[in-house]
Design a protein around this ligand. Structure first.
Ligand SMILES: C[S@@+](CC[C@H](N)C(=O)[O-])C[C@H]1O[C@@H](n2cnc3c(N)ncnc32)[C@H](O)[C@@H]1O
Length: 496
């Protein structure tokens, strides 16, 4: 349902049962269509990590990350006066760091230790003594890492990461980490050096992050399936770490001319690193699930939310970032627990309804729980989609029977997030959310419209549903079965 024309085209050749089953989504489209606006400024690179490729301090490739330009654009367009910003799915902290250099006080919530470590490392990087760091790095360049191997710092693999590195790369990695722990006294420098390894794990491994899972290079001996995958060059540990350290030090030693290219906020951050301004505006970060943490935040306390939740697309961050989780010492049990705590976006996620009911009841907020629960049940377009998916499940039309449960749980949980955001944002406050629409078994789920309608049930007003230049295609299998149509990829702007 890209536009009105497409809506009516869609109904022309369909049997009556299908037309009826589209009714609620068509009505919802009619409700919001004047607010669905193509924003030519927003393109795919702006909304993704790609937009940060040349930006200093982006040392870790977090594919789900925002670009700084997007956050700057949103703030300058929607809330030019700095205040208090929250990102309840803060990832590696792109919105927090960008906003803080524009004068905002920022708070992030992130579940995975991957994003938490990246955020903490960047906070440390902003305060580091560059001369001392350069001295330690020049010492590091003289040593043979294998000579420092200490088995107490051995890489504690998860079942899904075993065999990820060649033995020489793993030995050097452990030797380097051992050296950092045993010989680098300054804790901040040590953390930054360890973070440098964290940033190169994929480069030195036989794996490639690929949306839903980790792909394995044929050289690992672990690759599965008919099509053998070769990721190309696997960097040696030494090459990769020297490159990363060079990138880090050159970002610190960036010239004033280069700074101009990156804009005012970065200039402030880099040239005035030790100023009290930057220190005061250091992002605050909560580690945990926003489903637990948002209900603890005071109401009417936030001026702006810029966020991007996981999409309902089956991407399992605990698998794609398994190397990084293992590097940070997460056990199998911990990883399983994190997977279940995530906003449901994989077919493995189990329902959190009972948990949420108990949690709200124990906080004396049972009435809020009931309100959120009934808003979910009363969202007609959502219930239409869920009924269809349940039928498809019974008819064996879904390529995984748990897709219906995942979609159900995703919307159920995100209702809680939106309710809490509506509660804690101040009157006049803005919420900007980036998300993609999806399609399962040919059935389009207009995530943008459903979430905007839920937001309105909780007292927010939808200012715009900004669509990006090009929508997102389908998986090749869906394209084959149902023909290619574009799905909206959007930034929704809600106001209290
Ligand atoms: C699309 S990414 C956001 C990336 C972020 N905008 C950035 O620039 O790095 C979604 C993030 O939500 C996190 N997440 C998933 N479930 C969560 C939960 N229940 N509470 C908090 N964070 C969660 C994921 O780990 C992931 O980092």
């Amino acid at each position: 349902m890209k536009n009105n024309q497409e809506c009516s085209d869609l109904t022309l050749n369909q049997p009556v049962s299908v037309i009826l089953s589209l009714n609620q989504r068509t009505n919802l489209y009619q409700k919001f269509k004047s607010r669905i606006v193509h924003n030519p400024y927003l393109d795919r690179t702006l909304v993704s990590f790609q937009g940060n490729k040349q930006v200093p301090f982006f040392w870790f490739k977090y594919r789900e990350g925002f670009s700084e330009r997007l956050v700057t654009y949103l703030l300058q367009t929607l809330k030019p006066q700095p205040g208090i910003l929250l990102d309840p799915f803060s990832g590696v902290g792109s919105s927090l760091f960008t906003a803080s250099t524009l004068g905002w006080q920022t708070t992030g919530i992130e579940l995975l230790p991957v994003g938490i470590f990246a955020t903490q490392a960047r906070i440390i990087a902003q305060k580091i003594n560059i001369e001392s760091l350069n001295i330690v790095i020049s010492e590091l360049k003289k040593i043979n890492f294998q000579n420092y191997y200490d088995k107490s710092f051995a890489f504690s693999h998860l079942a899904i990461t075993r065999g990820a590195f060649s033995s020489i790369n793993e030995e050097q990695l452990v030797g380097y980490i051992s050296y950092c722990h045993n010989f680098v006294a300054n804790q901040d420098i040590r953390t930054l050096l360890i973070y440098s390894v964290f940033c190169i794990l994929e480069d030195i491994s036989y794996t490639r992050k690929d949306g839903q899972y980790l792909r394995w290079d044929v050289r690992s001996g672990r690759s599965k399936g008919k099509n053998e995958f070769n990721k190309g060059e696997v960097l040696s540990f030494e090459d990769a770490i020297y490159r990363k350290l060079k990138q880090i030090t050159s970002d610190f030693n960036i010239s004033p001319i280069q700074l101009d290219l990156f804009g005012e906020q970065l200039k402030l951050q880099l040239t005035d690193q030790k100023s009290s301004l930057v220190k005061n505006l250091e992002p605050k970060i909560h580690e945990g699930s926003c489903l637990d943490i948002l209900p603890t935040l005071p109401e009417n306390s936030i001026d702006c939310v810029i966020t991007s939740p996981p999409y309902v697309n089956r991407y399992d961050y605990t698998r794609t970032y398994a190397l990084e989780l293992a590097f940070l010492g997460c056990s199998e049990e911990k990883v399983k627990h994190l997977r279940q705590q995530m906003l449901s976006c994989t077919v493995e996620n189990r329902e959190k309804r009972n948990y949420l009911q108990d949690y709200y009841t124990n906080r004396g907020r049972y009435q809020d729980f009931l309100r959120i629960d009934s808003t979910f049940k009363e969202q007609a377009a959502l219930q239409e989609v869920l009924t269809i998916l349940d039928n498809y499940k019974k008819e064996g039309k879904l390529n995984n029977k748990n897709i219906a449960r995942m979609v159900h749980n995703y919307f159920y949980e995100i209702c809680f997030v939106i309710y809490e955001l509506a509660r804690i944002v101040k009157s006049g406050g803005i919420i900007a959310m980036v998300n993609d629409n999806v399609r399962y078994a040919g059935e389009e789920i207009p995530v943008d419209l459903i979430l905007s309608d839920i937001a309105e049930s909780f007292g927010l007003k939808t200012r715009y549903i900004w669509t990006l230049g090009r929508g997102k295609g389908n998986s090749s299998q869906q394209m084959g079965d149902h023909g290619r149509t574009e799905l909206r990829k959007c930034v929704y702007i809600w106001e209290k």
